[in-house]
Design a protein around this ligand. Structure first.
Ligand code: SIN
Length: 522
């Protein structure tokens, strides 16, 4: 039997974009909030740095705009950036007035510094556990709302569209093998990014870009997927655990040093360790190539030990488990896949080309990040564009629900789980090895060949859970690889050794089922 749930809004994802959208939408109607795992499994929950916002006395939205656009290397949608920097402080003040408190230093907020910013403007919470604290704050609000119903362990596998109108989506409660249809005129996809398709990633294992596949399979355009941002400093352990060492640590003065104990970023960029991420990641990559090693080091021993211990408590505690005292010992670090800059193409209100279907947060391409995201702009983007999506989608509230639910039923074949996990691992390794920081046509073609063969022995079953998971991983990986091949230039997070210069005219790369791969010149 397929269970039917009717609500005004169906919201997919429980990171900041999904939680905040649910919170905002509950003012106007009933909300079904779906998440693939638990409410706490999201990249937001793991987010350390904080939220960038021009609230300091020496700052302004205009300066924040300039920093964002500079980092985005000619590809930011400037209208979207203006919305971000101007509406962001408003959203933050609202949350503060509703009880969220950020870390303070005396009477003022303690503002952090991160790469690419020219002002201290990163609000943070619990030292560097910003994401966790915000998620907990919103979960608490949501659980107290009788208009929001939470559905954990639900994988959405299909948007239901009839005559170009959104009717809702089909979902599978994978841990209990139950099929559901969520009826609503408004679906907001806020399911997060795809850095988890890489072997070395700072994201939870669940960040596999499912929302991108969902939209792509419905004919929605996907933009600029090649821009996968690598965080320069993930903890490099021999076992491959890539724990994030926040950029805010470099903001407090930590040095990057090579295997001979020498600082190397000073020679690469005037902002040294605080250059934008693409530059720092490439700087580290070059040192690792030259020194034939798989990591460099972060050094904090010259900084105030008490301050480091309290401001970066969870990094301090986590590293102690690896016998590293970050106040005295060097931390081995290397870049790891961190953030999906591209995604579901939306307008300035978060709406896709399908009326009633919205996307916000990391899954969306709103244009604010261009070719390279400025650190800590992403949580701000979640707030600003979730809010706008909810406000804009009110126009669909009075429409009668179209009940046209699919009779397709899902099932799970537990016998194939371990084979699926092995294949997932093969995809992650091939992405790491062939679609990393530095790319070329021949390596990317190799990636295409490998990905085409990865599932050769898999017997796809229609409407089977693991078959669907594998197809989705493959779709997302192909979108990244094909985008990287089509972008014949070096710009921001895409570095091509065979096309080392920026193209004279900037373009976006759109991919859709209808039109294939298209370059859209700005
Ligand atoms: C960090 O703390 O370095 C991550 C912040 C971000 O990715 O925006």
């Amino acid at each position: 039997m397929i269970k039917q749930i009717v609500s005004d809004y169906t919201i997919i994802g429980s990171g900041l974009a999904g939680l905040y959208a649910a919170y905002c939408a509950s003012k106007y109607g009933s909300v079904s909030l779906l998440t693939k795992h638990s409410l706490q499994t999201s990249s937001t929950f793991w987010a350390q740095g904080g939220i960038a916002s021009a609230i300091g006395e020496e700052d302004s939205p205009e300066i924040h705009f300039e920093d964002t656009v500079r980092a985005g290397k000619g590809l930011c949608n400037e209208d979207a950036v203006r919305i971000l920097v101007n509406e962001g402080p408003e959203r933050i003040r609202e949350l503060i007035s509703e009880g969220l408190s950020f870390d303070r230093e005396g009477n003022n907020y303690e503002l952090g510094m991160e790469g690419g910013h020219t002002r201290r403007r990163i609000l943070h919470l619990g030292g560097n556990e910003t994401g966790k604290f915000i998620v907990e704050f919103l979960i608490n609000k949501i659980k107290n709302s009788d208009r929001i119903k939470i559905f954990e362990n639900f994988l959405v596998h299909k948007l239901i569209i009839k005559d170009n109108e959104c009717c809702g989506c089909s979902a599978y409660k994978w841990n209990e093998g139950e099929n559901y249809f969520f009826t609503s005129n408004i679906v907001i996809i806020a399911s997060g990014g795809a850095a988890g398709i890489y072997n070395e990633s700072t994201n939870p294992h669940s960040s596999t870009g499912d929302g991108v596949t969902l939209a792509y399979n419905s004919g929605i355009e996907i933009a600029n997927m090649e821009f996968i941002q690598f965080h320069p400093t993930a903890f490099h352990s021999k076992k491959g655990n890539a724990f994030l060492i926040s950029e805010a640590i470099r903001g407090e003065g930590a040095y990057l040093i090579n295997n001979y104990g020498k600082r190397f970023m000073k020679d690469q960029h005037e902002s040294a360790e605080l250059a934008p991420r693409d530059i720092v990641s490439k700087g580290i990559f070059d040192v690792m190539e030259k020194e034939k090693t798989d990591h460099v080091f972060l050094s904090l021993s010259h900084l105030n030990k008490a301050k480091i211990k309290s401001r970066f408590k969870n990094i301090y505690d986590t590293m102690l488990k690896y016998n590293i005292d970050i106040t005295t010992d060097l931390i081995p670090v290397s870049p790891a896949a961190h953030y999906m800059i591209g995604g579901i193409n939306t307008d300035l209100n978060g709406e896709t080309i399908l009326p009633g279907v919205y996307a916000c947060g990391e899954v969306a391409y709103s244009g604010v990040h261009g070719a390279n995201r400025l650190a800590s702009n992403s949580l701000l983007e979640c707030l600003v564009f979730s809010y706008r999506s909810v406000e804009d989608s009110k126009k669909y509230l009075d429409k009668k629900n179209i009940i046209d639910y699919s009779q397709e039923k899902y099932l799970v074949n537990d016998e194939v789980e371990s084979i699926y996990l092995n294949l997932k691992n093969s995809i992650q390794r091939l992405m790491n090895n062939n679609v990393g920081i530095v790319r070329s046509e021949s390596i990317l073609n190799k990636a295409l060949e490998l990905i085409s063969n990865v599932d050769k022995s898999w017997e796809y079953e229609s409407n089977e859970y693991y078959s669907n998971r594998l197809r989705s991983l493959k779709t997302v990986a192909l979108l990244v690889i094909n985008g990287a091949i089509a972008r014949k230039e070096t710009r921001g997070s895409q570095i091509r050794i065979d096309f080392p210069d920026e193209s004279k005219v900037a373009y976006n790369i759109h991919q859709s089922l209808k039109t294939g791969i298209e370059k859209k010149y700005l």
